[in-house]
Design a protein around this ligand. Sequence first.
Ligand code: C5J
Length: 224
Amino acid sequence: MMTSRTVAVEAEPYPFEFDPAHTALLIIDMQRDFLEPGGFGEMLGNDVSQLRSTIEPNKKLLAAWRDAGLTVIHTREGHRSDLTDLPPCKKIRGRSPASIGDTGPMGRILVRGEAGHDIIPELYPKPGEPVIDKPGKGAFWATDLHSILQHRGIKSLIVTGVTTEVCVNTTVREANDRGYDCLVPSDCVGSYFPEFQEMGLKMIKAQGGIFGWVSDSAKILAAL
Ligand code: C5J
């Protein structure tokens, strides 16, 4: 049984207090197709270096969470190979020449089991760490994430991953509505667009922390 204690992290809009034993590190969609040169993200013309800068700070946070024996959960955005869980509007959105389910540079794009859908080797899940396969942007919709967190008595989340304004933001909003306190370390989340990185974080901490708190990995590590 892990001892309960409260730690405080310097954060905006005010210090974030959490009990590590009841806090999960939730790493969103650190998948090869989003982060690796030659993947789907780069194929669409995005600069993947904007996302790759999050790998090192995530590695440090993940190592600390594992060393302390705390809960780590990973997510992956993707679909069934028969695409029956892919809304037709998501398939055609963007009018891109290659879309979800088509053959991309690392296998079928955002399809479970394909190379590009998998998590980057630097942050690869260890046995026993739940991996949530999500068909949407939010990690709670159409997944068993909420049940897993409830069964483990989790009350707070440290949310990292990509992209800041899409899957991270959507998940933080969903978590907030389900009663979880969320802290987002700014150096562990990334966007292809610097202005969305800035605004995505501002939206979370605005109005007294309307969806959550923002800090950085060094401050979390110092508080652990
Ligand atoms: C994520 C996306 N993971 N941007 N997906 O943010 O489509």
